[in-house]
Ligand binder design. Structure first.
Ligand code: F6R
Length: 243
């Protein structure tokens, strides 16, 4: 089942999504939050920090599991997803660092890194709410359009265009990671609830394709149509084709 919150703008989208996460933590203080990076959730992380500063939420028992991490970047690298999460959320709230989980980007053995992360996810005993963004091509986490839906954690070769696009953040193109570790689609689908955030008119076409079109691995997010509990929170531009 899919529920849609169509908000007027990015600010309200962020507010609504933060409220849903707040509600989850209030209902279950030791909940497992599946978290995402990218530009879309930045506003909702800001709101959560605001809630924390106003004593409305306590992260001390919350456990987190992130979708993905670049292979080869250590947690202190400014482009790593560890760093992103620290900057935007973890360092600003009272989360216990032992309760934070991301794929180990420093593990060179991809099979080992992926298997270990699957165990981490399994041991958490189920993700209560998984936050997702959506890529312009319909990707979720780093699961790109493909011939099949991925299952567990996998190591993805970044496309040439992604590497080129990312090179502006690095001293030299050689430093840009060539691979990333990502949670698989089947693991994402096991989350009890999915919270997808999306904004801007550039995402309107892919939202239509993913949620009003056919279910196909060529549009990875389309599988979410079969999930029992999906909440989409978007701005009116991204959700142009939705009621
Ligand atoms: C982030 C992630 C990605 C992003 C997606 C959208 O952890 O896994 O799938 O959610 O690329 O990115 P933004 O929000 O920057 O448009």
């Amino acid at each position: 089942m899919i529920r849609i919150y169509k908000e007027d703008n990015y600010e309200q989208m962020s507010q609504r999504a933060a409220d849903l996460i707040l509600a989850q933590i209030l209902l279950k203080p030791d909940c497992v939050l599946g978290l995402a990076t990218g530009s879309t959730p930045i506003g909702l992380y800001e709101k959560l920090v605001e809630y924390y500063n106003n004593n409305r939420v306590d992260f001390s028992q919350v456990r987190t599991v992130n979708l993905d991490e670049y292979k080869g970047l250590d947690p202190n690298h400014p482009q790593s997803y560890h760093y992103f999460m620290n900057q935007n959320l973890f360092s600003k709230v009272n989360i216990d660092e032992n309760n934070i989980n991301l794929p180990n980007g420093m593990e060179e053995d991809s099979m080992k890194a992926c298997a270990e992360y699957d165990v981490v996810i399994e041991n958490l005993g189920g993700i209560d709410i998984q936050l997702l963004g959506i890529g312009h091509n319909g990707h979720i986490a780093f699961n790109e359009p493909a011939e099949y839906f991925t299952k567990g954690t996998n190591c993805v070769a970044l496309t040439k265009s992604t590497i080129e696009a990312n090179s502006r953040f690095f001293a030299s193109p050689d430093e840009v990671p060539k691979y990333a570790y990502t949670m698989g689609i089947a693991s994402i689908m096991k989350a009890k609830r999915i919270l997808l955030v999306v904004n801007s008119k550039e995402k309107a076409d892919i939202m239509k394709e993913a949620f009003l079109g056919n279910i196909t691995p060529k549009v990875p997010a389309s599988i979410l149509q079969t999930h029992p509990d999906v909440i989409i929170v978007g701005d009116s531009e991204a959700l142009r084709d939705f009621e």
